[in-house]
Design a protein around this ligand. Structure first.
Ligand code: 0X9
Ligand code: ZN
Length: 405
């Protein structure tokens, strides 16, 4: 028995990483020119923050030539699991939304279960269809209380980037917690009665997975996929949906190269997945608050992302961002970095939050969930539940601040 157990253990370990041939390399980027070459290449990036200094990339066993072609100094940081075959790795499990990553159909099945259990609070509607024909859903949650004031709308977007699996995972939890909270008149969100009343007059919208094609592609083909599955000219695939929005489209931190990880598409809103968010925005009274959940890095970010200039509402955005950061930190002690996106992270044009902030003056945030680079996009399932707690705390802080905007 003992020997058998040991053999199983070794097989599992080897299967996970040691011999996949994939590895994380750290490059030394010496000039802005070199940084641009890297951004425009089809090399898998650990982070979209590419600047003079060091940056980490994913390299497969047959891809060493790409590293050599760059002509930048590099060293191996760690072995990585094979990006193929993740559907096998997690198969045959009894799923638990606090501890597992789910396939797209399983995510929707979970949302459906909760909708059917709460028919008065929860509605579903289709906001679009992905390139490969998958439905893109939105779920709304509201208390059934009478409310005479102006109703507020809060939109939570998950899974715009395929490989950021923690985002759809926290979406399930925040959705479930919002349903439970609505049932008790949002008493767990705030002790302030007038704010509670306002929350009872609010509707919360959840997009479980904005980019289902990319998400499923991660499971079946390549765990490190980021973009959607647009068939670009010249045998390359994918548009970075978070560069496809109309505000400052085409600007810094986006690429016109089809194979780039930050390829912006042929035109603003060229993709059905980004159009789906516009469809949702048009269907609701006015988008008062918005969070786009990403990973990784542990950041709370607000507009602008396309420029380092402050947005007109900077002081409100900053006060609220700090409230979100503090609420997150109070759960498990993780001190998320908070700040103006372009000043704090890097420039990225054509992102979701800039668009909605510009158009509706939405309290728009991007939250980069765990971790800070130890596992990056491959956040272990053991960290799902704590990250869900953090996401819920950040969400509540914004919901409460939304009531006095
Ligand atoms: O590059 C991105 O799209 C985001 N980072 S990620 O690693 N998840 O891809 C950051 C977006 C930039 N910030 C804002 N949208 N404010
Ligand atoms: Zn992202």
């Amino acid at each position: 028995m003992r020997v058998f157990g040991l053999v199983l253990f070794l097989t599992a370990t080897v299967g996970l990483s040691a011999q996949s041939g994939w590895a994380r390399y750290r490059l030394v980027v010496n000039s802005p020119d070199q940084a641009q070459r890297l951004v425009d290449s089809d090399i898998g990036l650990f982070s979209e923050r590419v600047a003079v200094g060091t940056t980490d990339v994913y390299i497969g066993p047959d891809e060493m030539y790409k590293l050599w072609a760059l002509g930048m100094p590099y060293r191996k940081v760690s072995e990585l699991p094979d990006p193929a075959g993740w559907d096998q790795r997690y198969s045959n499990k009894t799923l638990n939304y606090r501890g597992n990553y789910y396939r797209y159909d399983d995510i929707i099945a979970q949302y459906e279960e909760w909708r059917i259990q709460n028919p008065t609070h929860v509605k579903r509607f289709q906001i679009g269809t992905s390139i490969l024909g998958r439905p893109i859903w939105a779920y709304s949650v509201r208390s059934n209380a009478l409310f005479s004031g102006a109703r507020r709308s809060f939109v939570v977007n998950c899974g715009i980037h395929a490989r950021e699996w923690i985002s759809p995972a926290i979406g399930m939890y925040v959705f479930k917690k919002t349903i439970d909270s609505a049932a008790i008149g949002f008493a767990d969100m705030t002790t302030d009665f007038s704010k509670r009343a306002m929350l009872r007059g609010s509707t919360f919208y959840f997009v479980p997975v904005n980019n289902p094609d990319g998400y499923e592609y991660c499971w079946t083909n390549n765990r490190m996929w980021r973009k959607n599955r647009r068939d670009n000219p010249g045998s390359s695939y994918g548009v970075d949906l978070n560069r496809n929005f109309a505000k400052a489209w085409g600007g810094s931190g986006s690429s016109g190269n089809y194979s780039s990880e930050t390829y912006r598409g042929t035109a603003p809103f060229s993709e059905p997945e980004s159009q789906a968010l516009v469809f949702l925005a048009n269907r609701i009274p006015r988008m008062d608050a918005f969070i786009d959940f990403h990973s990784y890095g542990e950041y709370v970010l607000w507009p602008w992302s396309y420029t380092t200039a402050n947005a007109p509402g900077q002081s409100w955005l900053a006060t609220t961002g700090l409230a979100m950061k503090n609420a997150i930190q109070a759960t498990h002690g993780h001190a998320y970095t908070y700040g103006h996106s372009g000043q704090t992270l890097y420039l990225a044009a054509g992102v979701t939050d800039d668009y909605f902030y510009d158009l509706y003056n939405t309290a728009a945030y991007t939250i980069e969930l765990r971790d800070t680079g130890q596992n990056g996009f491959l956040l272990p399932e053991s960290q799902i539940s704590d990250t869900q707690d953090e996401a819920w705390a950040g969400f509540v802080a914004l919901a409460v601040r939304m009531t006095n905007r």
